[in-house]
Design a binder for this molecule. Structure first.
Ligand code: GLU
Length: 320
């Protein structure tokens, strides 16, 4: 008979409040899979404004850890587009492709603590194990790893590495500064997720957590399409003993068909060459954020200065 403790559903564990004593450091972390489009400019602008509204620093990180998805030269184009828009970082940008040793160190730390494990399963092994256990899933829903290699590899060779989630501690509750209270049970909804992939590439979840901590990022402002990753990242921050940043996820920009703009789906580059184009691009991004865009004949830098108090009024730093 299950004892009282284990039969009780696990309670959500609140993420610690962001450490307010830490100096504000924000960042924009684009993947160079193509030039900046209207949607990514919204995240860039919002993260810049939030940093300025907190009198903090704003950093840039190029997330080029997935070479098959990256476009040669896209990093230079992104940096130029940001510069055209007067979105200038307070320190030289960091490239994730230079930081493999740090990701490896984090993985070793997790393995040593028994918080990660090697996994020998192919995609087919996972599908077969899920089918055998009668688990079905919606067509586009990612499979929850059935845990085949949790107890060891049984002589098979590790292909990937996964975080070991614990159903008693994997219910993550956190506060998004725009979307409000959020909650996810990572063990039940995502499962033991990949930290290093079978093709040897580092997973976004591990790299982003290691780098945000290394750069001292205290506040993350990014597109709402990334919101679903936050619980996994908080779980990893806890597992690695890293501070938990504050989060704000910005509204998504949709195309004429109502789909999210994305580089993979060919969203056009936002034109930023010359003051009128850069100002127009910034105004479109600002308007998606609910900021005032009336008036004209301003340079990008003037528009930015004008929006800092408006941003402050909408997403007051007092709230995180
Ligand atoms: N590199 C990610 C992207 O371009 C963003 C990562 C993040 O902001 O956490 O979608």
């Amino acid at each position: 008979m299950p004892d009282e403790l284990s039969s009780r559903p696990p309670q959500p564990i609140a993420a610690e409040a962001p450490a307010l004593a830490r100096p504000y450091i924000g960042r924009f972390a684009p993947s160079p899979t193509g030039p900046l489009h209207a949607g990514s400019l919204v995240a860039a602008l919002a993260s810049w404004l939030d940093a300025r509204a907190h009198q903090g620093q704003w950093l840039l990180r190029i997330e080029d850890i997935d070479p098959p998805r990256c476009q040669v030269g896209a990093d230079r184009v992104l940096l130029k587009q940001l510069q055209d828009c007067a979105l200038l970082p307070d320190a030289p940008p960091v490239w994730q492709s230079q930081r493999h040793a740090h990701y490896d160190q984090a993985l070793q730390q997790l393995l040593k603590g028994g918080l990660a494990y090697g996994c020998a399963c192919t995609r087919k092994d996972i599908e077969d194990a899920l089918a055998a256990s009668g688990q079905t899933r919606a067509r586009h829903q990612a499979a929850v790893y059935p845990g085949t290699c949790r107890q060891g590899l049984k002589g098979r060779a590790a292909r990937a590495w996964r975080l070991r989630t614990d159903p008693h501690t994997s219910q993550i509750a956190w506060q998004d500064r725009r979307l409000g209270a959020q909650q996810q049970d990572v063990a039940a909804e995502v499962g033991d997720f990949v930290l290093r992939r079978a093709d040897g590439l580092w997973a976004y979840q591990l790299a982003v957590v290691v780098d945000d901590a290394a750069q001292g990022v205290s506040h993350i402002v990014r597109g709402a399409d990334l919101c679903d990753n936050t619980a996994r990242q908080i779980l990893l921050q806890r597992a690695l003993g890293l501070p938990i940043p504050g989060y704000l996820h910005t509204p998504l920009v949709l195309d004429a068909r109502g789909d999210k703009l994305s580089k993979q789906h060919g969203a056009p580059a936002v034109p930023t060459e010359g003051t009128p184009a850069a100002s127009a691009a910034l105004c479109a991004a600002a308007s998606a954020l609910g900021l005032p865009v009336e008036g004209s004949a301003r340079t990008p830098a003037e528009w930015l200065q004008r929006w800092v108090p408006a941003w402050q009024a909408l997403y007051s730093p007092r709230h995180g």
